[in-house]
Design a protein around this ligand. Structure first.
Ligand SMILES: [Fe+2]
Length: 152
């Protein structure tokens, strides 16, 4: 029983929006992993793989949190693309700096998004959702620092 959580539907809507973002981002990261070119190829190729592996774990965690809250996660890519604010990009060559810039910019959006959900979850007495997302926030903040350091 999830006694005490105020507006489950409101939290689930936020979580489904975030799930859509993560799914679109997951595909976009593969694009960057595959299409990176130039002398930083190996470093960037491998590090982008680490990021999409983390995003993949997060996708599962968010979907299972939605189920724990008694609702269904969105599963259709057609819906993800409609809802998500992460923009797809073309399949073409990207140098290391371009890849990192794209990822940093999406991280900024994600960090903002997570902060908003944590605030909503806290207002609704949903500490567990807030806690899960606080873990994600720590990851994105720390990785953003590393990516920024790489691109100096
Ligand atoms: Fe690969």
């Amino acid at each position: 029983m999830l006694l005490g959580i105020k507006n489950v539907k409101e939290i689930v809507e936020e979580l489904n929006n975030y799930l859509a973002d993560l799914n679109v981002f997951y595909g976009k990261l593969h694009n960057l992993h595959w299409n990176v070119e130039g002398k930083e190829f190996f470093t960037v190729h491998e590090n982008v793989e680490k990021i999409y592996d983390k995003v993949n774990e997060e996708i599962d965690e968010i979907a299972e949190r939605i189920l724990t809250l008694g609702q269904r996660p969105k599963v259709k890519y057609s819906e993800y693309l409609e809802i998500s604010n992460i923009k797809e990009i073309e399949s073409k060559g990207y140098n290391g700096k371009e890849v990192i810039d794209v990822i940093i910019s999406d991280f900024e959006y994600i960090i903002n998004k997570i902060r908003n959900i944590i605030e909503k979850a806290s207002e609704n007495n949903d500490e567990v959702t807030a806690d899960i997302l606080t873990g994600s926030l720590a990851y994105y903040e720390k990785t953003a620092w590393m990516l920024n350091a790489m691109n100096k």
